[in-house]
Design a protein around this ligand. Structure first.
Ligand code: KG4
Ligand code: ZN
Length: 328
């Protein structure tokens, strides 16, 4: 079964063609980094306009690269949320129009769930597994029973981890997106230089809070003309504190919920320090990481997951299911 997937939840316009949930025939991503870099973060209105401009060329390119035509497609999958409302609408409307004009099934999928599915496209972990989503918009722990069956067991109550990386970078005057910049300069820093602590929420040991850590970075830097070495030290201490928090909570979740493996996903899983610390500190549990090209927002993970959600499709239905936005 050939599925055309569309992604437009934030600042990436993506279209991919995937066969039977795993075989990626094409995966085109038009990133908007250039557009938002001037503002140091995603400017939602501009993101929507760019999605409109590039959506059809991106779909065309995905079909060309896969060497197929629209007639060969069996179904359309689209990231239905969560995401920026205006940005989502562009992808959803493109998907609806295609599905309706071709009279093919339309499947809405959850973007956060798709980040974990990205890792399942080329690996078969043992279930039950602990799903760990670390992205610019989400920090979520899930107990995964199988594909499509999850329980959320922990999440951030404020900033997502990627957002904290990006804001820390902005405070240090580093370019957007800040995650990779923090990782780069942290290599030259002392990760014990400052007394940063992770956020704790009383009575909720598996939930996250990164806004306090970000504020510590702000207070440590405010009003100072930081040297490059001080910036490296702040970046290294921030990164170590945030990563350690995720590892501690993942370890606790694995013990508490009897998980047999770890499945990680989302843009922050690009971070090599994070990958190395997980392997070093949790050698007893198998960690499954997404392929590098599937860590950031992309449509291959949407088309792939859509294959497993085909049973949700109601004949002749081109409306989105509002429950998919929040449920897994
Ligand atoms: O998954 P993603 O594309 O977007 C959301 O769904 O939110 O993730 C983007 C996030 C950004 O916050 C970016 O700074 C972060 O992933 N990121 C990193 C690294 N590469 C990307 N964070 C830390 N270290 C990295 N190497
Ligand atoms: Zn994402």
């Amino acid at each position: 079964m050939l599925i055309l997937g569309i992604e437009s939840t934030c600042d990436e316009t993506g279209c991919a063609i995937v066969r039977d949930g795993t075989d990626i025939l094409s995966n085109i991503v038009a990133t908007q980094i250039d557009l938002h870099a001037t503002y140091g973060g995603v400017f939602p209105e501009l993101a929507c306009r760019r999605h409109i401009d590039v959506m059809i060329p991106v779909i065309d390119e995905a079909l060309q690269k896969a060497n197929i035509t629209l007639d060969d497609i069996d179904a359309i999958a689209v990231a239905q949320g969560p995401g920026l409302v205006g940005a989502l609408l562009i992808g959803i409307h493109a998907a609806q129009s295609l599905a309706w004009s071709l009279q093919k099934p339309l499947i809405g999928v959850n973007h956060v769930e798709a980040h974990l599915y990205a890792t399942l496209m080329d690996q078969s972990p043992k279930f039950p597994a602990l799903g760990v989503v670390l992205s610019g918009g989400h920090t979520t722990l899930l107990k995964m029973h199988s594909i499509g069956h999850y329980e959320i067991i922990g999440q951030t109550i404020d900033d997502a981890i990627g957002e904290a990386f990006d804001k820390t970078a902005k405070i240090l005057g580093l370019p957007y997106p800040g995650g990779p910049e923090i990782e780069k300069i942290a290599k030259s820093g002392n990760s014990e230089a400052y007394p940063f602590r992770p956020g704790r929420i009383k009575g909720r040991p598996l939930d996250f809070s990164f806004s306090g850590l970000k504020t510590r970075v702000l207070y440590t830097s405010q009003g100072l003309d930081l040297t490059f070495q001080q910036k490296c030290d702040i970046a290294a201490t921030f990164q170590r504190t945030a990563v350690q928090d995720v590892i501690n909570k993942a370890r606790l979740a694995v013990e508490k919920h009897g998980c047999e493996s770890l499945i990680l996903g989302g843009g922050v899983t690009n971070n090599q320090f994070l990958r190395d610390e997980f392997s070093r500190q949790l050698p007893e549990i198998q960690c499954h990481w997404p392929a590098r090209e599937l860590t950031l927002d992309n449509a291959a993970m949407i088309a792939g997951l859509g294959f497993h959600k085909m049973d949700q499709y109601v004949e002749g239905e081109y409306r989105m299911d509002p429950s998919v936005r929040t449920q897994f």
